[in-house]
Design a binder for this molecule. Structure first.
Ligand code: IVH
Length: 672
């Protein structure tokens, strides 16, 4: 065999194995991006060597399994061709334009490409008759019983006649996925790698009561009219009808006119992919005009009138070089992976967290393994699992018995998943405590990162956060890496931090269980640290949002000798330790009212929007109920909140009315 012929055989074999793992066993061992690369390479070779081409390379998915009865699709369930950047997307739309010989700008539907699994549901005269997975595109699996358990799939469509299929994606929303894995963990059951795997595993269950117990959702994006009784002429009209029948239709879908707007909207999805309530791996662009679609037609694999634009992959494989342990400010020892650097979602990843001992065991990753790394948005990179082949692996990793920094004992307490370095004098812990104090979430002291803190500790210039406030620039300027300028700048930044609000100070001190929300409540209630420190346990417990655990922790902190000394030193150094009284100058326009914000409100971060509501006496809960006063709908709103608001009849207002709401406590216009 020639080299290309050999590679073609090799690629076909790899692709078959991986697509079986994905479609049949719901347990992919390779990230999509790596799989797509194999398919791309095969297509390229077949194009260059037509004698090696084989129609089977174009098949969609994998043959149906034997667990479910086969269902022949009335109309084939095609796949989509992929493009990977704007230029390729433009090239596709140019081809479409040429193919249609159109002189007017084309209307495109730009939709999220949901990362779930395709489903086709047959309705006859409005009644749900059957539901099938895609299978190989011609024959799928009968999963009717399981689909009937999906809460948002209507069983009856009011006023519908004739037979048709509704096609869409079965998926698990991100928040539901977290809850599901939490439950699985509690039960000691299998943890799902990602929402897609969880959705696939949950839909393809022999016992439909298992499917019923899983938080599956269905999102509709296509209607296949089997007997041509429905006379839709545009995709837009179809989606409206689907919505009217009660199907979930992607609220982010936009019909745009012309290539420029189409490209802009697909870039919007890339920018906002992490704000959506479900995982997407790209956008789908479709022609809106159904007559034009028919004119373009399809290949045996995919329609010519639609294209998937895939985003930069968030999962890649790389080699795990070693597993190390780092010590945090509370002494927690966190294992992390040292990786052969790899580009994930546009940034270079060389380290990834492994969370704790159980997670390493659960994922069974070992030094030397090929592992899947995920980096989604701002989230820190994470190792998902190992791609295990036939090669010999190293022994399972064992948690070290001693602290890598101080050599002291590492201990895991009976009922906890975390392991701790129990030496309070451990230098790593000291460094982390001070670095946390100076970090952005706390006092935000510029120029005081981990390395600087480590240096100051080592030089004996500081031993505790309180020492920062008596630092002067002369000794600093003499240190390696410092100059006069950077020394003065650091001292100035520390001096500025003396008047930081008490709430930030409380976060910085790292009092157990006190996060930013509790810190704000405490600071608002007591205004000065002195008042807080003198509070009785009962005074603490009655503060809004402060439970007995936080109250106890604060109470003990205030009475601890070491912290008393620290606070006294800080006060002596001129640290203000008080909360500016902002709230009382604002009118309580939202007193006792619950305002839910969904999506981004221009000009406000999520925290700022909440703070603005709270400062006017309101609350801003994370979910909508009948008690909600109103819902502010920003950019890329959450579908579930909007649906819920509509269901329970809570007024929705536009983000442009947010200022009006804050000022007056009411609004002059609502959204439909
Ligand atoms: S349309 C004939 N629209 O992506 C066109 N597909 O890679 C049928 N998908 O098989 C598909 N979101 O499982 C369409 N908004 C969307 C989609 C979508 C996700 C999936 C679907 C399809 C696969 C192709």
């Amino acid at each position: 065999m020639t080299a290309p012929a050999q590679r073609v055989v090799e690629l076909r074999d790899l692709i078959t194995r991986h697509s079986e793992a994905y479609f049949v066993h719901d347990d992919p061992v390779l990230p999509d991006a790596d799989y797509d690369a194999l398919v791309g390479e095969l297509r390229e070779l077949e194009r260059a060597h037509p004698d090696l081409a084989d129609e089977r390379s174009n098949r969609v998915g994998a043959p149906a399994s034997t667990v479910f009865s086969p269902v022949r699709h009335g109309e084939a369930m095609l796949s989509l061709d992929n493009v990977f950047d704007e230029e390729e997307l433009r090239a596709w739309s140019d081809r479409v334009l040429k193919g249609l010989d159109s002189s007017v700008p084309l209307a495109f539907s730009v939709e999220p490409k949901i990362d779930g699994l395709a489903l086709s549901i047959t309705y006859i005269d409005g009644e749900l008759i059957q539901a099938a997975t895609r299978g190989d595109g011609r024959v799928g699996e009968d999963v009717t019983d399981n689909v009937r358990t999906i809460a948002n799939v209507p069983h009856q469509l009011i006023g519908a006649r004739g037979s048709f299929q509704i096609r869409g994606e079965v998926f698990i929303a991100k928040a539901d996925f977290e809850t599901l894995n939490e439950t699985q963990r509690e039960k000691g059951a299998k943890i799902f790698a990602n929402p897609r795997n969880a959705a696939a595993g949950s839909l393809r269950q022999k016992d439909s009561s298992v499917s019923a117990s899983r938080p599956l959702s269905f999102l509709a994006y296509q209607l296949v009219d089997l007997d041509a009784t429905l006379a839709f002429t545009t995709h837009r009209a179809t989606l409206d009808q689907l919505s009217a029948w009660g199907f979930l239709v992607a609220p982010e879908t936009l019909i745009v006119s012309g290539i420029g707007d189409m490209i802009a909207r697909s870039s919007w999805f890339e920018e906002h992919r992490h704000d959506l309530t479900y995982d997407i791996d790209g956008t789908v662009v479709k022609l809106d005009d159904l007559t034009a679609r028919r004119a373009l037609g399809s290949t045996s694999r995919a329609p010519r009138w639609a294209i998937a634009r895939k985003f930069a992959p968030e999962e890649r494989t790389t080699r795990l070089l070693s597993i190390e342990v780092s010590i945090g400010r509370t002494g927690r020892a966190t294992p992390y992976a040292v990786l052969e650097p790899v580009l994930v979602a546009g940034s270079r990843v060389a380290m990834a967290t492994l969370h704790n001992e159980d997670q390493v065991r659960e994922k069974d990753v070992r030094p030397g393994d090929l592992v899947i790394v995920r980096k989604a948005g701002d989230v820190i990179p994470e190792v998902v699992g190992a791609v295990v082949g036939d090669e010999k692996r190293s022994a399972s990793w064992r948690f070290p018995a001693t602290c890598p920094d101080c050599g002291g004992e590492l201990r895991r307490f009976d009922d906890q998943s975390d392991t701790y370095c129990v030496n309070p004098a451990c230098p790593a812990q000291q460094m982390q405590k001070i670095a946390h104090f100076a970090s952005r979430g706390a006092l935000d002291i510029e120029g005081l990162g981990e390395q600087r803190v480590a240096q100051l500790l080592q030089e004996g210039l500081i031993g505790d956060v309180a020492d920062l406030f008596s630092l002067s620039s002369e000794p600093l300027a003499r240190l390696e890496g410092f100059g006069e300028l950077s020394a003065t700048a650091l001292v100035a930044a520390i001096t500025a931090a003396k008047s930081a609000p008490l709430s930030r100070m409380l976060v910085g001190l790292g009092i157990r269980h006190v996060g930013p929300v509790a810190a704000r409540e405490l600071a608002r209630r007591f205004v000065t640290y002195d008042a807080l420190a003198q509070a009785h346990l009962e005074d603490l417990e009655v503060v809004e949002g402060i439970g007995p655990v936080i109250a106890q922790s604060v109470y003990e902190y205030a009475r601890d000798d070491e912290s008393r000394q620290r606070m006294a030193l800080m006060a002596a150094a001129g640290v203000e330790l008080s909360e500016p009284d902002v709230a009382s100058t604002l009118a309580a326009t939202l007193s006792g009212r619950a305002v839910v914000v969904t999506g981004a409100v221009p000009g406000y971060s999520r925290d700022e929007a909440t703070a603005a509501i709270v400062a006017r006496g309101g609350t801003s809960p994370g979910s909508v109920s009948a008690k909600t006063y109103c819902v502010v709908v920003g950019e890329a709103p959450g579908a579930s909140k909007v649906t819920k608001a509509r269901d329970v009849g809570v007024p929705m207002i536009s983000d442009t009315a947010f200022e009006e709401l804050l000022e007056t406590g009411t609004w002059s216009a609502t959204l439909e």
